[in-house]
Design a protein around this ligand. Structure first.
Ligand code: S3P
Length: 179
């Protein structure tokens, strides 16, 4: 029997609404590992929601906090990290997260994002009215795709249940000898 290496850690990236947090939490539970949601960390240390940070301090300040959160999260091995949708676009974050463990891109269609986030008010980058929101999702997704594809694996995350996606990710990690 192949001996498994101890779980090194893994990172979930992808667009807003791709399920990084919910899949990450389940995956961590399944692996008996810790879980870190970067946006939650940022909100806890800022004492504000992501929307409030964008409104009061601006996106650049948020990205600065995000870089700090990536650095802190990556300092402790063996956890599942759910990155916010923009975190993996920054080259320094990307290098750090790729060095942490296998990075899995949860890929979803623009239609899935629009459906999942139809009543959502917590994403400042998608805060416009329906038409504007649809344009923002399509534009941002097209612009970001190349960066997300720098992940080590891609898993289609809009065809099945959360449990199905967790199964796929766990399987990839096992095949890579982790988890
Ligand atoms: C962002 C995604 C959000 C959050 C912030 C910016 C982005 O996280 O970090 O609103 O740039 O895609 P989720 O991907 O968890 O929604």
């Amino acid at each position: 029997m192949r001996r498994r290496r101890p779980f090194r850690g893994a990172v979930l990236v992808g667009f807003m609404g791709s399920g990084k947090s919910v899949v990450g939490r389940e995956l961590a539970k399944r692996l008996g590992a810790g879980f870190v949601d970067l946006d939650e960390r940022i909100e806890a240390s800022a004492g504000m929601t992501v929307s409030e940070i964008f409104a009061r301090a601006g996106e650049a300040a948020f990205r600065e906090m995000e870089r700090d959160a990536v650095r802190e999260a990556a300092a402790v091995p063996g956890r599942v990290i759910a990155a916010g949708g923009g975190a993996f676009l920054d080259p320094a974050n990307r290098e750090r997260l790729k060095g942490y463990g296998p990075v899995i891109y949860l890929e979803v269609s623009p239609e899935t994002v629009l459906e999942r986030l139809s009543g959502d008010r917590s994403r400042p980058l998608l805060s416009g009215a329906a038409e504007e929101k649809e344009r923002a999702v399509r534009e941002l997704m097209a612009r970001r795709d190349a960066s997300y594809r720098m992940a080590d694996f891609t898993v289609r995350a809009d065809g099945g249940t959360v449990a199905w996606v967790v199964d796929r990710v766990a399987e990839l990690l096992r095949r890579g000898g982790e988890g």
